[in-house]
Design a protein around this ligand. Structure first.
Ligand code: SF4
Length: 231
């Protein structure tokens, strides 16, 4: 588990990293006025840090989440807290079908039989549709989260969604993320304190043990580690 006590070195390092992230965010906002959107799952600490950082740069920045209809109640509650604290209305990217409609078309609990197909319908397609109106997609993914994310660029063309994908926290560590959260009293999902280090949909998320990676609790019954929106 992460050590959440911080030395002076950690905090000095944090302020340099914050400045770098701010520069990236500011550059995108200036180069693409009105065409930058920030996605947040409300299920991980990095997303909350980026949301706080980005809204300090542009309080009217569009913030959206992909509502699969299967998220934890605590994630929806966090959205309400964020809206009150930052004075924003979080936008929603929705799948074409409700969970019940998907069950009628593809059978019950598709996530148990074919989670890639389920994620394509409930996450990948809605994201692509939402980003159609934007030039830049800002996301809080980091290189240290999974091996597949190890080569992540802070800014790169995203062919699948036809946007620039900006990852201002690409080089941040989990420790740095929590140092920022503590320093700025950023709201986070309360389930992180209950063993859930990364939250997605309820049927595909479990608690992680202290010796596991932060994302080990996602799709625990499968080799799958990504929903398909990032890699
Ligand atoms: S995380 Fe699970 S339930 Fe959610 S969209 Fe993917 S497969 Fe479906």
């Amino acid at each position: 588990m992460i050590d959440r006590t911080y030395t002076m070195d950690t905090l000095t390092d944090l302020s340099a990293a914050v400045e770098t992230a701010r520069l990236l965010i500011r550059s995108a906002l200036e180069a693409h006025p009105g065409k930058v959107a920030l996605s947040c799952s409300f299920g991980g600490p990095s997303g909350m840090v980026l949301l706080d950082l980005a809204l300090r740069e542009e309080p009217r920045l569009p913030v959206f989440f992909i509502d699969t209809g299967l998220l934890f109640g605590e994630s929806y509650d966090l959205i309400a807290r964020v809206e009150a604290r930052y004075g924003i209305a979080v936008e929603v990217a929705r799948p074409k079908q409700s969970v019940a409609e998907q069950a009628a078309t593809h059978g019950d609990a598709l996530w148990r039989r074919d989670p890639d197909a389920c994620c394509a319908l409930r996450k990948v397609d809605p994201l692509r549709a939402y980003l159609h109106d934007y030039d830049v997609w800002m996301t809080a993914i980091r290189r240290d989260q999974t091996a597949a994310r190890g080569a992540l660029a802070a800014s790169a063309w995203d062919e699948a969604n036809q946007v620039v994908k900006l990852a201002p926290l690409a080089g941040w560590s989990e420790e740095r993320v929590w140092a920022y959260i503590k320093a700025h009293d950023v709201p986070v999902n309360p389930l992180h304190a209950d063993g859930y280090t990364s939250l997605g949909c309820v049927p595909c998320t479990r608690r992680v043990r202290s010796d596991e990676d932060a994302r080990a609790g996602r799709w625990p019954e499968f080799a799958k580690t990504e929903c398909g929106i990032h890699v």
